[in-house]
Design a protein around this ligand. Structure first.
Ligand SMILES: [Mg+2]
Length: 223
């Protein structure tokens, strides 16, 4: 079974401030927007490039300029995040998640992977500093650096988890996340979804998932 974990609101809780500031700093540096915080963009469940594009378009930057700067934006956002990120994020681990990952890793046939809107290098720094990078192998996952649209990420993660160019089967794949966008990306790829209410959304908002749980510890039972 391939398990595609979201990061913010799922593996880590309330650890996104440095990340948000890094995105804003990168927008400022690359696009010379004086105050990116003026835009009102709902970021939960979105990819980093999607968030940047939404902020920029809202503040009057043209699509052409957004496209021209996007490669540089991704580079600078990682640089800004590395500089800002606190050395130890372990206090932000969702309670019980390390035990859950430990147990899942030991189950035969389980592959731990990621589907996150984070740029990959930001995701890797975040998980390493939270002490759970070891659970998520170097070649796996689907990230905001792969596509701006979260719905495109589960097929990318399945392809990377497959072998000889054959994607990991969708019937053996589960997305685990905390927002309606996590559920939507699972549906778009025809895979199952377990939602967790440790992020900004409540049970009613997540009722389209195959199962909804209220803590990391309950994930094992749902799976
Ligand atoms: Mg999330």
């Amino acid at each position: 079974m391939l398990l595609l974990f979201d990061i913010d609101g799922t593996l880590l809780l309330k650890a996104a401030d440095d990340h948000r500031d890094a995105i804003h700093a990168a927008i400022h540096r690359v696009y010379h927007v004086s105050d990116p915080t003026q835009a009102t963009v709902s970021t939960a469940g979105r990819t980093d490039p999607w968030i940047a594009r939404s902020i920029l378009l809202q503040l009057g930057v043209s699509t052409e300029r957004v496209d021209d700067g996007m490669h540089e934006f991704k580079r600078v956002a990682v640089e800004e995040y590395r500089r800002r990120c606190r050395p130890d994020l372990s206090a932000h681990l969702s309670p019980g998640i390390r035990d859950v990952l430990d147990e899942l890793r030991d189950r035969p046939g389980v592959v731990l992977s990621l589907v996150t809107g984070n740029l990959e290098r930001i995701a890797r720094v975040k998980l390493d500093r939270a002490g759970i990078g070891e659970f998520f192998g170097g070649e796996h996952g689907g990230f905001g650096s792969d596509d701006e649209d979260r719905a495109a990420l589960p097929p990318i993660a399945r392809l990377r988890a497959g072998s000889d160019g054959v994607p990991y089967p969708r019937e053996d794949t589960v997305v685990l996340g905390d927002t309606p966008h996590d559920i939507a990306c699972a549906r778009a790829d025809g895979v199952r979804c377990v939602a967790v209410t440790t992020g900004p959304f409540r049970r009613d908002d997540l009722s389209d998932a195959d199962a909804v749980v209220s803590s990391a510890r309950e994930l094992l039972a749902a799976l």
